[in-house]
Design a protein around this ligand. Structure first.
Ligand code: NIG
Ligand code: FE
Length: 404
């Protein structure tokens, strides 16, 4: 058993948890001032004001948390972490006036990263990913999702799934890794239609990856020029047959019913939503699907931010993630993205923290975590701060420190 005492603040999100992460007011942070927490390897035993810590815990050598804030572990629930090369030239082309989708049709985009990634061995991709994850963990991230989708051949996608499996093993006990299969990321040039690519590669690789126990969830880039609704439903039906949860890149460039599809297939999350319409918002609000916002992508592509307030007020469960990838959001720092975006998204403190913890965990299907309440898993982030607000107030500076 471990005990932390005298923590300047503990963010429990107890009330946010009771409200299923929806319609939150600042009081739903359920902050404890000068708090104590006791936990064993698998669960939180007790959390409350230090002054109320029962006698029996006093004899246990405790970490002195003075000058620290403890929060539920940060979760980055949407990344494309395993890739090779970079697309700085596209960034520069965009600054000079080019458009993301036009670049993609002109030898750039996802297919550019695909050729770089396919040229790498499993070991090279593993080593590059470790380097990225070390930095991400230094921000306090304790769970991360990583998608495949930069190989787009059966063998190549299997390689990316194996890299994710090796990373899971490497970081056991330190970092939770969710491996999402996203064969439906782009259509390589040799296929005449997206449907042809879905049956030749996307479905067989999903079957193989599932048979080898390498897939936690399945994602689709549902967007004009990528995968249409019929492709998406084919993939989702197959995933459901295999018992795999779905996720979707939805309504990013235009409102094409992605959010509604997510609700219909009980997807864990619908992500992006830059252009989601009122019907899509209503569908998400009455479902368990998390609305995951990726403001880094809007910044990096020079697009308008999503209508977060409309989603929050409608009762959606909202998460924020980095969308870390080499093309549309080359940022690995979830807290930085949240710091910059929160004032424009008009999210209150409870909505913001819930978006990076409780609701982000739900977007990955992670149960019993995201709130610091008895019985939940002991997954925390620890920051050198006196007040929760300091963590995002110091944008671009990590106040995170390793757990004692
Ligand atoms: O979430 N939209 C699809 N996937 C990524 C972009 C990937 C890329 O440009 O390489 C995204 O934005
Ligand atoms: Fe993405």
């Amino acid at each position: 058993m471990k005990v932390y005492r005298n923590l300047a603040q503990i963010l429990t999100l107890k009330s946010a948890h009771a409200k299923d992460g929806r319609r939150l007011i600042p009081a739903d942070l359920s902050l404890i001032e000068t708090g104590a927490i006791a936990f064993d390897e698998s669960k939180i035993l007790l959390v409350g004001p230090d002054a109320d810590l029962p006698e029996i815990y006093h004899s246990i050598p405790a970490f002195d948390g003075k000058g620290h804030v403890l929060t539920p572990g940060l979760v980055d629930s949407h990344t494309h972490l395993v890739f090779a090369g970079n697309r700085a030239r596209e960034y520069s082309a965009r600054l000079n006036g080019a458009d993301y989708q036009a670049i993609a049709q002109n030898d750039g985009g996802i297919l550019h990263t695909m050729s770089k990634t396919l040229a790498c061995s499993e070991d090279e991709l593993f080593t590059a990913s470790v380097k990225r994850l070390e930095r991400i963990m230094s921000y306090g991230v304790r769970a991360i999702e990583m998608k495949t989708g930069y190989a787009l051949t059966i063998e190549g996608e299997m390689r990316l799934l194996r890299v994710a499996a090796r990373l899971k093993n490497h970081y056991k006990g330190q970092l939770q890794i969710i491996s999402t299969y996203m064969g439906a990321h782009a259509v390589p040039a040799q296929y005449k239609t997206s449907a042809e690519f879905v049956s030749a590669v996307v479905l067989p690789a999903m079957e193989q990856g599932h048979a080898e126990g390498l897939i936690d969830a399945v994602d689709v880039f549902h967007e004009q020029g990528y995968f249409n609704s019929s492709d998406t439903e084919t993939i989702f039906k197959k995933a459901q047959l295999l018992g795999l949860p779905c996720k979707i890149h939805a309504d990013e460039f235009q409102d094409n019913g992605g959010a509604e599809l997510a609700a219909k297939y009980k997807a864990l999350s619908a992500d992006h939503l830059l252009k989601v319409g009122d019907a899509g918002i209503a569908a998400l609000a009455s479902s368990k699907t998390v609305a995951t916002l990726l403001p880094g992508t809007a910044f990096f592509l020079g697009k308008d931010l999503p209508r977060a307030r409309a989603m929050l007020d409608a009762g959606c469960k909202v998460a924020i993630a980095s969308d870390y990838n080499p093309g549309s959001s080359h940022v690995d720092n979830l807290l930085l993205v949240a710091s910059i975006a929160a004032p424009s998204l008009k999210m209150n403190q409870a909505e913001l923290w819930c978006a990076m913890t409780l609701n982000a965990a739900a977007a990955l299907g992670l149960k019993d975590q995201g709130a610091l309440i008895p019985g939940h898993r002991p997954i925390f982030s620890l920051f050198r701060a006196e007040d929760l607000a300091e963590i995002t107030y110091n944008w671009g500076v990590s106040l995170s420190r390793p757990l004692p």
